[in-house]
Design a binder for this molecule. Structure first.
Ligand SMILES: [Zn+2]
Length: 365
């Protein structure tokens, strides 16, 4: 009887922890609505989940970071002036933390996967807690024109952040989301939402001309509870303007999808690929549990190469501890991977939270 009670207790704890950590344990077999191109993602069973948690506990993972995630005071004067610059806007990216980045180009101020909350969790008191505050506070943001949401996991789709953005002064931004995610917004009363399937395009105008936003496949999964696994789509975003091509990878494991993306857009990128690619480098250990969900830094470098990026910036690290590696491991592994492949460290930068990287407009038109 005592044994049974312990098993029930462990299972309850595991399921609770799982919800909080957003790990892909399925409560029951359910019909899959969306699936990857090159991997039939199967949510790991409770046994694998417990094995991961048990081993991490036993081996003391994640270790504490030796170096706190670097953070600098954001250049708000530049960011705000740039947001008003219209067709004179200088392409620039500011890392806010995790997969949240403020990207400015072609007269547009774009925010990716906004999370400004203290925890990446459905609960306010438990779940992964941020190691550093956001590089720009919500109240200090310039007017946001477009928000790109890669998928519905808690660390990429945060209710408090979305609500705050929807009520920004001057009107809600346009939220662009993958198939099935729009309902989540309309349930909150937010209607300025465009939903895209893979390879679908949303066309709009900015002060400097036409803008195309394309949702592309990446290899991941979705779910916010035990019963909605793979019910909504996930993806990366390619954004094309005359002067700048931007790519927001979001969350992904490594797959041939990135070569497919390069091939798909090769005609409009004859000399080089994207001018800026935001690539996740964290939450990859242990590989046996994470490899179907998240790339490691070496695979992140492969994405940089596949997309023929002029400039890549690392994100999805140093903010929330979601896996076994220490918070400061990813940039060290990234530096080693870049060196091993003979790519200059400046081509794929792990910039501090709050830092703005100013970029060149597209060389080819
Ligand atoms: Zn995710």
């Amino acid at each position: 009887m005592a044994k049974l009670a312990i098993i029930v207790l462990i299972a309850t704890l595991a399921i609770t922890t799982h919800v909080v950590f957003s790990q892909p344990v399925a409560l029951k077999a359910q019909p899959i609505k969306f699936q990857n191109n090159y991997l039939n993602f199967e949510p790991p069973g409770l046994f694998d989940f417990l094995k991961w948690r048990w081993n991490a506990l036993r081996d003391g993972h994640p270790k504490s970071a030796q170096i706190p995630t670097p953070i600098v005071t954001a250049d708000l004067a530049f960011i705000h002036a740039n947001s008003q610059a219209g067709s004179l806007m200088q392409p620039a990216v500011t890392w806010v933390g995790h997969a949240t980045a403020l990207v400015q180009f072609a007269g547009l101020t774009v925010l990716t996967d906004p999370i400004f909350s203290e925890r990446a969790s459905p609960l306010s008191l438990v779940g992964p807690k941020r190691a550093q505050p956001p590089g720009i506070a919500l109240k200090d943001l310039p007017h946001i024109d477009v928000v790109l949401i890669s998928h519905n996991h808690y660390d990429h789709l945060d209710e408090a952040s979305v609500r705050a953005l929807a009520s920004q002064a001057g009107g809600a931004p346009l939220f662009v989301v993958p198939s099935g995610v729009k309902t989540w917004f309309t349930d909150l009363g937010i209607t300025n939402v465009v939903e895209l399937a893979w390879w679908q395009t949303h066309r709009m105008q900015s002060s400097s001309g036409p803008v195309e936003i394309v949702l592309t496949p990446v290899q991941h999964w979705s779910g916010r509870s035990l019963t909605d696994r793979m019910d909504t789509l996930w993806g990366g975003f390619a954004v094309f303007t005359k002067d700048f091509h931007f790519f927001h990878v979001g969350d992904t494991s490594y797959s041939r999808d990135f070569q497919d993306i390069a091939t798909r857009f090769a005609d409009r990128q004859p000399a080089h690929g994207f001018d800026l690619v935001l690539i996740p480098i964290g939450a990859y250990a242990p590989r046996w549990f994470m490899k179907d969900q998240h790339v490691d830094p070496e695979e992140a470098v492969q994405i940089h190469k596949d997309l023929r990026a002029r400039q890549s910036v690392a994100y999805h690290w140093g903010t929330f501890s979601l896996s076994n590696e220490a918070l400061d491991d990813p940039p060290i592994a990234l530096a080693a991977a870049l060196q091993a492949q003979g790519i200059p460290a400046t081509a794929f930068s792990a910039i501090p939270i709050g830092q703005t990287l100013k970029l060149a407009a597209r060389a080819e038109r």
